[in-house]
Structure formats: structure tokens, C-alpha cells
Ligand binder design. Structure first.
Ligand SMILES: [Mg+2]
Length: 430
């Protein structure tokens, strides 16, 4: 069945291939076309692989200590995760993509839904090829582009682009005369919006792939999934139900937490770790124009420990704040509440909760800060953020972070911050 075209606007799901590995290969040409793997925080397990590493059948999620010897034998380069690199490359990617579309919804660190104009019957392959080569030229990253009438079908087209070797990373499902055989290739649990439970239920109904889901009796799917089911069926047929959402719903909370490289037993180490996380969380909060009125900390022992311990404590504030100095005073007090010298703590974190937008900030009638104090606080924090964004994250910080951090995360094989630190920029030696 040909979808008689329909929407002038097409949607595409653009996704970077092997994103973390590609970022590493992009800043280090020696790694191109070589097998590499990236490890999770604390160098725990394998969370990303280059295609060359996939061919060697190195498994996703495998614990590093178990694979270490084999990786060594196979000459696989092992890297710690470098989130400042991936975050920066993602920002660059999304900014470049903006030049090529009408609207963009950043869906994850390496995925975006975009909308593009398509005059009737116009071929979008030249557009997609241009986007791919532009991004490759600028960032050294390869993209997969799936084009459809809507989000659900763009996502399916993206899967097909990955599965079909001859697609060269681009697939436009709208231009397919009869899409039944293509939809049959997509198993139902791979359809966007279908979770594990729903896919199990669908399988009991004999619905195994996207085509069968499109053709399911409407009453049945609506009874089970309500409006979501109806929308899904309509999108599979080619109607557009879900718009591109350029602005995300504001966050409910901001969390910064990490595992330690060695368990912590001293209060001053716990306080220092929480302070460092709080400095990061407060900066994150300010970058989204938010303030918090509940500050929470937690610490726990390892899941593998025989003696389990987990504590959290929080402080509710009369006036919401985004001022790091104010937050740090609270963190120091809260860390004493959760500390217990009898346990070896392996992870801790800070949460900024009850977030409100600075625009709608209301002070308490009785306990309020003067306008002058507020202005001073805003100016100071803005200046610190500006300097840290311009130079590097630690240009200006609080004294508590400067003491040696024996507990800091293991990142033994971290790549350079070539895209965010001018001192780490690659040098060509002739
Ligand atoms: Mg990807």
C-alpha cells in the first residue's frame, strides 16, 4: 500500500553509530579501524565497543576483570569512559544538525528526532547523504538516518538502515511501495514505545512484528494500552500523532553520585566527596535556571558487602537556593548525619530536589534575603559558571576539593580532553 504523500514534513531519527567508541576514535586517529572498548565508571564493565571489537565477539556489559586477559591477547584498546568528551561531542553534533532541519528534539546523548520539509515526492536521500558527510567531516562520526512520516516509523527506518547492508546508513520508509516485508523484519519488542510487558502480551496474541502490530484489531490494542495503543497503530500506518518536542519537560531532580575507587571510612573523605558532587549538581542546576528547596545526601556500602548499610538525610529550605556556598554548608552538616565509622562506604551521592524555575522564585514572607544579597549571590555564581565554562570546569572551585582525593573514581585509561581543554589539543610533530 502506497502512502499517498501526505505530510509535507518528514521526520527522521538521526543516530550516531557506536557513539562513545567513535568519539574516542575521532580524537585519536591511531584508534581508527581498531578494536576498542570503553569501560563504565570505576572501570567496572564494558559499556561500548567499536565495530571491530564487536566482530571479535566481545560482550556488552561483561565485567572488565574477567575479560582483561582476553582483551590483551586480542590487542584491544581499553579506555575509561570520558563523559566530558562524549558530552561535548554530543553538543557539537546537535548544534551542527540544527543547520539541516526545521525542528530538532534531542532524544539522548547520540540520538535526535528532526523534522524536515519534503515537497511531494521529493527525494530525501541527497539531504541525508549531505548530513552524513558533513558530520563525518566535522566530527569524524558516522550517522544512521531513518526517515519516515512520524517518530515511530522514523525509528523503524533507522533500524532498517542499520540492518540492510546496502542502505549505506540511510533508509526512507516513505518511498517504499509495499512496506509489509520491511515491517515484518522489525520484531515487536523493537517498536518504539513497546516495553517488555506489552511485547510479552502481544506475543501471546500472536503479534510478533511491526506489521502484525499495525494490523492488530484496534479495539484489542485500545483495551490494553488505551490512547497510547491507538496512537501507536496510527503511527505505524503512517499518520503523525507525536510532535517533535524541542523543549523537554523540566527536570524533577538533579542527582550526582559516584562509586569510590576504595571504600571510605573517614568522615572527612565522605564530606569531601559529597561536597564535590554538590558543586557539580549546583552548577548543573544553575545551567537549567533551577533552584532547589530540598537537598538530600546518601551513602551506602557495596552490594557485595556482608554488612549492609544505607543512610540518607535531607534538609528542607524555607527559600530555594542555587548558591553553592549555601549548599555546601548544608552538605557538611548532612554528611555527619549519614556517616557511620563502622561501615566501609562504597558509594555516595547528592540530590537537588523540589526544583523550581528561577523565574518563578518566591521568597518566604518572614525569612527572606534582601534584594542586595540575592543580587550578590547571582553575580558571584554567574561569574564562577562563566569562568568554568570558558576555561575548564575547575578554574574556580571551593577549597574543600583541593585536598587529595584518595577515593576518587578509577579511570586508569582515560583519553585526553582534546575537545574541551586547550592544553590537551592534539599536536602534530613534523
Ligand atoms: Mg547510537
Amino acid at each position: 500500500m502506497k502512502k499517498k504523500n501526505s505530510n509535507i514534513k518528514a521526520m527522521a531519527l538521526i543516530d550516531a553509530n557506536n557513539f562513545y567508541a567513535s568519539c574516542e576514535q575521532s580524537i585519536n586517529p591511531y584508534l581508527r579501524n581498531k578494536p576498542i572498548v570503553i569501560l563504565s565508571n570505576n572501570d567496572g564493565c564494558i559499556i561500548a565497543r567499536s565495530p571491530e571489537a564487536r566482530i571479535l565477539k566481545i560482550k556488552m556489559g561483561a565485567p572488565y576483570f574477567k575479560e582483561k586477559e582476553r582483551l590483551n591477547k586480542l590487542n584491544v584498546t581499553v579506555l575509561s569512559s570520558n563523559y566530558s568528551l562524549y558530552g561535548d561531542m554530543s553538543k557539537r553534533l546537535m548544534n551542527l544538525l540544527r543547520n539541516y532541519c526545521e525542528e530538532i528534539e534531542i532524544y539522548s546523548i547520540d540520538e535526535a528526532f528532526v523534522s524536515i520539509n519534503r515537497p511531494n515526492e521529493k527525494n530525501l536521500y541527497p539531504w541525508a547523504r549531505e548530513v552524513r558527510s558533513f558530520i563525518y567531516q566535522n566530527l569524524g562520526i558516522t550517522l544512521t538516518i531513518g526517515i519516515g512520516e512520524n517518530k515511530v516509523r522514523a525509528k523503524i527506518a533507522n533500524k532498517l538502515a542499520k540492518n540492510i547492508d546496502s542502505s549505506a546508513g540511510i533508509f526512507d520508509i516513505v518511498r517504499i511501495e509495499d512496506d509489509n516485508n520491511y515491517l515484518k523484519e522489525i520484531s515487536v519488542d523493537k517498536v518504539w514505545g513497546i516495553g517488555k510487558q506489552t511485547s510479552n502480551w502481544l506475543k501471546t496474541k500472536g503479534v510478533k512484528n511491526a506489521k502484525e502490530l499495525r494490523d492488530i484489531h484496534e479495539g484489542e490494542i485500545v483495551k490494553k494500552l488505551g490512547i497510547v495503543g491507538k496512537r501507536l497503530k496510527l503511527e505505524l500506518k503512517g499518520n503523525k500523532c507525536l510532535p517533535i518536542e524541542e523543549t523537554k519537560n523540566p527536570k524533577k531532580e538533579i542527582q550526582v553520585s559516584r562509586s569510590f575507587s576504595k571504600p571510605i571510612t573517614k568522615l572527612e573523605d565522605l564530606t569531601q566527596a559529597l561536597a564535590i558532587y554538590a558543586i557539580r549538581a549546583a552548577a548543573k542546576m544553575r545551567s537549567q535556571n533551577l533552584k532547589s528547596s530540598t537537598i538530600r545526601v546518601f551513602a551506602r556500602t557495596s552490594h557485595y558487602s556482608n554488612r549492609n548499610y544505607r543512610r540518607s538525610a535531607c534538609k528542607k529550605l524555607i527559600n530555594a537556593t542555587d548558591n553553592t556556598s549555601t549548599i555546601l554548608k548544608i552538605i557538611v552538616a548532612l554528611s555527619k548525619e549519614i556517616y557511620n565509622p563502622e561501615y566501609k562506604l562504597s558509594k555516595a551521592g547528592v540530590l537537588m530536589q523540589d526544583l523550581t524555575n528561577c523565574k518563578y522564585f518566591q521568597q518566604s514572607l518572614i525569612n527572606y534575603e534582601s534584594q542586595e544579597e540575592l543580587k550578590k549571590s547571582i553575580n558571584l555564581m554567574t561569574t564562577i559558571d562563566l569562568l568554568n565554562n570558558r576555561f575548564n570546569n575547575k578554574a574556580i572551585t571551593w577549597a574543600i576539593t583541593k585536598k587529595t582525593q584518595e577515593w576518587a573514581m578509577n579511570r586508569n585509561s582515560l583519553s585526553k580532553a582534546s575537545t574541551t581543554n586547550i592544553k590537551k589539543i592534539p599536536i602534530i610533530v613534523i
